[in-house]
Design a protein around this ligand. Structure first.
Ligand code: UDP
Length: 332
């Protein structure tokens, strides 16, 4: 098939000339998901046009468009003539008038801007969008893009936005209880929150800022465990946060690193088998933290689970079924 993939266009850092690419230079869940889905689609023999991420590396059967506005995207789609449009931008880049079959993956919380032919990352996210009949397709991972290590260093890892919702504070508290250091990597747009975290756990936390490339892959591979203690309440925007897909869980597992997570949103659906779930708000003492670490599955087991459940070719094939169904429906 000829598939056009639309990514929300985000600037990279302070440089006004650079966009976040696919895969991203640092932080970027949607960009990592698109990169691994494209890997799978290309391996299955499809052609992809990527829009909204100028500067991304092109390769055989993958064309990278310079388009970053709705008008530019409309022109690029007219020139390339895809059979299907796959939107990850919550309609930001979708042409006003829909002339082609379109599928939308929802990456956020709540009700998406476009519900028709919607795909969700978890049952929890789908339920929060009140879209119970829509398909759930998990975030893919490409094991070839991850570094696998059975040998682990003595640290825990938090990799993501340093935000109330993502639970780095609870991760630091867990590490402190376990008596292990934690490396925290990711952008910190809620600066008061970061300062609080660093002042409450000065001997436990090492804050690395945003990481990418081989540093990121090594951090994921060498950690004893990844902590994903996502929190439903307390974020800067109010309301509830229902963890939608959690890209880091499959990335850690494919790197042979088990996960300790809360039961918020998708986490209780995807962590069993690659780690353990601790209900949100459970106070953790040293004995409980140590017991949780001891109970974690082995690196080989979590790697195998990640490949089996979320391998990029398997997930790409699920999307191809949805694309085919959508194009057939639009013909009839
Ligand atoms: N990430 C990264 N470098 C960082 C922090 C995060 O590469 O310093 C990546 C991480 O590996 C994951 C993504 O950013 O692929 C975050 O996506 P996730 O779905 O976990 O969180 P959210 O999209 O909710 O922020």
């Amino acid at each position: 098939m000829r598939i056009a993939m639309l990514i929300p266009p985000f600037r990279y850092g302070a440089d006004p000339t650079q966009w976040i690419t696919v895969p991203p230079q640092g932080y970027g869940g949607i960009q990592w998901m698109a990169a691994t889905l494209i890997d799978g689609l290309l391996e299955l023999g499809h052609d992809v046009l990527l829009l909204g991420a100028p500067g991304s590396p092109a390769r055989r059967r993958l064309t990278v468009s310079e388009a970053t506005t709705r008008a530019e995207v409309t022109d690029a789609l007219d020139a390339w003539s895809p059979e299907i449009v796959h939107d990850h931008s919550n309609t930001e880049l979708l042409p006003e008038i829909e002339t082609r079959p379109t599928v939308s993956t929802h990456h956020l919380n709540g009700i998406p801007a476009r519900r028709h032919n919607g795909v969700y990352l978890s049952r929890a996210q789908r339920q929060a969008a009140d879209a119970d009949k829509a398909p759930v397709i998990r975030i893919p991972v490409n094991p070839a893009r991850c570094t696998y290590s059975e040998a682990k260093d003595d640290y825990l890892l938090f990799l993501g936005r340093v935000s109330v919702h993502k639970g780095p504070y609870q991760a630091a508290a867990f590490a402190c209880a376990a008596g292990l250091p934690i490396k925290i990597a990711g952008p910190a747009w809620e600066s008061d929150y970061l300062h609080q975290l660093l002042s409450d756990f000065p001997d436990t936390v090492e804050y690395l800022g945003e990481v990418g490339g081989t540093d990121r892959a090594r951090l994921l591979a060498r950690a004893r465990a990844l902590l994903a203690l996502s929190q439903t309440h307390g974020g800067p925007f109010g309301g509830r946060w229902i963890e939608p897909g959690a890209t880091v869980v499959s990335e850690a597992a494919a790197s042979g690193t088990p996960v300790i997570g809360s039961d918020n949103g998708c986490l209780s659906e995807i962590i069993p088998g690659v780690g353990i779930v601790i209900p949100e708000g459970t106070p953790i003492d040293r004995a409980q933290a140590r017991a949780a670490l001891t109970a974690l599955p082995s690196p080989a087991h979590v790697r195998e689970q990640a490949q089996h459940r979320w391998g990029h070719r398997r997930i790409a094939a699920c999307y191809v079924s949805v694309y085919q169904r959508t194009t057939q429906q639009s013909r009839s």
